[in-house]
Design a protein around this ligand. Structure first.
Ligand SMILES: Cc1cc2nc3c(=O)[nH]c(=O)nc-3n(C[C@H](O)[C@H](O)[C@H](O)COP(=O)(O)OP(=O)(O)OC[C@H]3O[C@@H](n4cnc5c(N)ncnc54)[C@H](O)[C@@H]3O)c2cc1C
Length: 591
C-alpha cells in the first residue's frame, strides 16, 4: 500500500498483520459476522488517516500546544481539522456493538486501528478515548431519554466526552473525592474542583459532556458514597452551564491535549443528571476499566512504536566516524547501536502481542461456546500486566530511542524527544504501576489462591516444550529459556502465596518488580509463539520467519534475564525496602 504522510511515520502494516493473525482475527471476524477482507480495508483506511492526517497534526500540536486565552481554551488548528476528518469517516464506533450504533467489529481489530491512530498522534486520540466508554455506560445505565439525547451526538463526534474523576486531593484514592451533588429547585447540581481532566475544555466541538464522579447528596464518605453524573458544558437552551475552566496545564508532553482544571458550580451549581444508580458510580465506572486499561496499554505500545520508527530512520542517516578504510559510516554500523535497535524492536513487538492478546480475550469472553469463566480469569491477570508492562516498557523503549539519537534527541523539536516526553505519563494515569502491582498480587493471585495463574503457567509451559522439540537451534534455545523463566516466576508466585499472611506491606514492597517479572515471562511466551507461528506456517515470507526467530532468541538473551533476576528482591527484599522509612523519618524529623 502506498501511503504519503510523513517520512518519519510509516504504518507498520506487516507487523500489525502478523500480530492480528497470531490471535486469530479471521476467526473473530467470522464470529462477529464480518469478512476478512473488511479487516484489510479498515486497516488500510486507518493507516492512511494516521499517516496523512493525524501524524502531521501531532507535530504542530506539540509545538503550539493548547492554552487558555481569557476564558477560551485554544487548541492547535491542526487538531481541529484532523478531528473533523476523523469524525467524517465515522471511526468512533468501530468496536461498539451494533445495538449501540457501532459497527460490531472485534475489539482486536479496533485495537490495531487504535495503535495506528495513537502512534500518529496520542495528544489528539487521548481526547477521543472516552467516547466509546461513554456510549457503553449510557447503554448500560442510561434512561431512554439520556440514550436518545447523548449517544447520537457522541457517536458522530459532535460532542466530546471527559472522564472527570481526579481532584487535587483525590488521585489514586478516589474515596477522597469532595465534589458533591445537591438538589436545588428540582435540579441536581454539582459543586467542586476537578483537576487534570483530559480535553476538559475546548471549542473543537459544539458541546462537551463531562462524566463526573461526585459524592451523592446523602453519600457517605469513601467510594461507596460516589455517584456518576452527566454535566454538559452547554445546557439544552444553549446557555453555558456553571463549569469554568480555570487552568490548562503546561505539560512536558501531550501538549496539544488540553489538560484542564474545572470548577463545577463556582456560582450556583453546575446542572447535572444522575447516570445509573445512586452511590454506585465507581462500580459503574469499573464496568469499563478493562477497556480503559487496554487503551492505555496501547498508548505504551504506540509510544514505543513511534520511538522505534524514529530511531530506525535516524541510525541509517546519521553519519558519525569512519570505518577502517576511512569511509564515513552510519551509526547503525556500531554494535552498541544495533543492540539498542534490536532491543527497541523486540520489546515493541512484545508490547503489541500482549495488548492484542488482551483485546482478543475480551472478544472471546463474549463468544458463545467458550469457557467464559476461564477466559475472564485470564483477562483478570492480563489487564494489570498489559496496562503496567506495556507502559513501563513503552517509556523505556522511548528513552532508548533518545539515546540512539545522541544529543539531537534531547532537542525539543525531534520526534525522539516527543515520544519520550509523551511516554512518561502512560505509567501514571488509569492506575499507576504500583497500584496495578497490588491489584495483580492481592486480587488476581491471592484471591483465587493461584488457580488462574497456575493454568496460565501450564499453557506457557506447553509452548516452551513445543519450541524445544523444533529442529532449529535458535527456537530450541528460546524454548529452554522460556521454560526457565516460567520456573522462576512460578517459584516466586508460590512464595508470594505462601507468605500471604506475612503482612500486606511486605508483599507490596516489591510488587512492581513481580509484575514486571511476570509481564516479561508472558512477553517471552508470546515472542516464542511468534517464532513458532512464523516458522511453522508457510504464509509468512522467509524474511519475516528469520526476523521472528532471531528476535525470540534476542529477547531471551537480553530482556528476560534482568527481569528474572528481580525474583530475589521479590522474595527476600521486603525488609530492605521497609527499613528505608526509618532512615527517612530520622532524616526528616526536627532536631
Ligand atoms: C496528562 C494527564 C491526563 C490525565 N487525564 C485525566 C482525566 O481525563 N480524568 C481524570 O479523572 N484524571 C486524569 N488524570 C489524573 C490521573 O488519573 C492521576 O494523576 C492518577 O490517578 C494518579 O493520581 P495522583 O496524580 O494524585 O497521584 P497520587 O495518587 O498522589 O500518587 C503518587 C504516587 O504514590 C503512589 N500511590 C498512591 N496511592 C497508592 C496506593 N494505594 N498504593 C501504592 N502506591 C500508591 C502512586 O503509585 C504514585 O507513585 C490525568 C493525569 C495526567 C498527568
Amino acid at each position: 500500500m502506498a501511503l504519503s504522510g510523513s517520512d518519519t511515520f510509516q504504518p507498520n502494516l506487516s507487523e500489525l498483520d502478523f500480530a492480528l493473525s497470531m490471535w486469530d482475527l479471521p476467526e473473530l471476524m467470522r464470529a462477529s459476522g464480518h469478512s476478512d477482507d473488511l479487516a484489510d480495508a479498515i486497516i488500510t483506511e486507518a493507516a492512511r488517516l494516521a499517516a496523512d492526517v493525524l501524524f502531521p497534526a501531532a507535530l504542530s500540536g506539540d509545538k503550539i500546544g493548547a492554552y487558555l486565552d481569557g476564558d477560551r481554551v485554544v487548541l492547535p488548528a491542526s487538531y481541529i481539522e484532523a478531528y473533523r476528518v476523523y469524525c467524517e469517516a465515522g471511526w468512533h464506533g468501530i468496536s461498539l456493538p451494533t445495538e449501540y450504533g457501532g459497527q460490531g467489529l472485534p475489539l482486536l481489530l479496533s485495537t490495531a486501528v487504535t495503535e495506528l491512530f495513537n502512534t500518529a498522534n496520542i495528544g489528539l486520540t487521548m481526547g477521543l478515548m472516552p467516547a466509546a466508554a461513554a456510549v457503553a455506560l449510557l447503554h448500560h445505565y442510561g434512561t431512554v431519554e439520556q440514550k436518545s439525547v447523548y449517544i447520537p451526538k457522541i457517536l458522530t463526534g459532535a460532542w466530546t466526552v471527559t472522564m472527570a474523576m481526579t481532584e487535587p486531593q483525590a488521585g489514586t484514592d478516589l474515596g477522597a473525592i469532595k465534589t458533591r451533588a445537591f438538589s436545588n429547585n428540582s435540579f441536581t447540581k454539582l459543586k467542586g474542583e476537578k483537576s487534570l481532566i483530559t480535553f476538559g475544555d475546548h471549542e473543537m466541538t459544539e458541546n462537551i459532556i463531562h462524566l463526573v464522579l461526585a459524592r451523592s447528596p446523602n453519600g457517605t464518605d469513601g467510594t461507596k458514597g460516589l455517584s456518576l453524573y452527566i454535566a454538559a458544558k452547554y445546557l439544552p437552551d444553549g446557555t453555558r452551564n456553571d463549569i469554568a475552566c480555570v487552568a490548562i496545564e503546561k505539560k512536558i508532553g501531550l501538549r496539544g491535549s488540553p489538560t484542564a482544571t474545572l470548577i463545577f458550580g463556582s456560582v450556583e451549581g453546575a446542572k447535572a443528571e444522575l447516570l445509573g444508580n445512586e452511590n454506585r458510580g465507581l462500580e459503574q465506572m469499573f464496568l469499563l476499566m478493562n477497556r480503559a486499561r487496554l487503551n492505555v496499554a496501547v498508548f505504551g505500545l504506540a509510544s514505543a512504536e513511534g520511538a522505534r520508527q524514529a530511531a530506525s530512520k535516524y541510525v541509517v542517516s546519521r553519519i558519525q566516524g569512519r570505518d577502517k578504510n576511512n569511509n564515513p559510516v552510519a551509526i547503525i554500523n556500531y554494535p552498541d547501536v544495533r543492540r539498542m535497535i534490536a532491543s527497541m524492536t523486540a520489546r515493541t513487538e512484545a508490547c503489541r502481542y500482549i495488548a492484542y492478546y488482551t483485546a482478543s480475550l475480551i472478544d472471546r469472553s463474549n463468544l458463545p461456546g467458550q469457557n467464559r469463566g476461564e477466559i475472564l480469569a485470564r483477562l483478570d491477570i492480563m489487564t494489570p500486566i498489559a496496562k503496567a508492562w506495556c507502559t513501563e516498557i513503552g517509556f523505556d523503549v522511548a528513552s532508548m530511542g533518545l539515546q540512539v539519537h545522541g544529543g539531537v534527541g534531547y532537542i525539543d523539536d525531534t520526534d525522539a524527544s516527543r515520544y519520550f516526553r509523551e511516554a512518561r505519563v502512560h505509567t501514571i494515569y488509569e492506575g499507576t504501576t504500583g497500584v496495578h502491582a497490588n491489584d495483580l498480587i492481592f486480587r488476581k493471585l491471592i484471591r483465587d489462591e493461584g488457580v488462574a495463574i497456575s493454568t496460565f503457567y501450564e499453557e506457557m509451559r506447553r509452548t516452551g516444550e513445543q519450541a524445544r522439540a523444533v529442529r532449529d537451534t535458535d527456537i530450541v534455545f528460546t524454548g529452554n529459556a522460556l521454560l526457565e523463566a516460567i520456573e522462576r516466576c512460578e517459584a516466586t508466585t508460590k512464595l508470594i502465596l505462601a507468605n500471604r499472611n506475612s503482612g500486606s506491606a511486605r508483599l507490596q514492597a516489591n510488587g512492581a518488580h513481580f509484575l514486571m517479572m511476570l509481564g516479561t515471562c508472558i512477553a517471552a511466551w508470546t515472542t516464542t509463539q511468534a517464532a513458532l507461528i512464523a516458522s511453522q506456517n508457510n504464509r509468512w515470507p522467509a524474511q519475516m520467519v528469520r526476523k521472528k526467530v532471531r528476535q525470540a532468541r534476542f529477547f531471551m538473551q537480553q530482556v528476560v534475564p534482568p527481569a528474572m533476576a528481580m525474583s530475589d528482591a521479590v522474595v527476600n527484599g521486603a525488609d530492605a525496602v521497609l527499613a528505608v522509612i526509618e532512615d527517612f523519618q530520622n532524616a526528616n524529623s526536627p532536631h
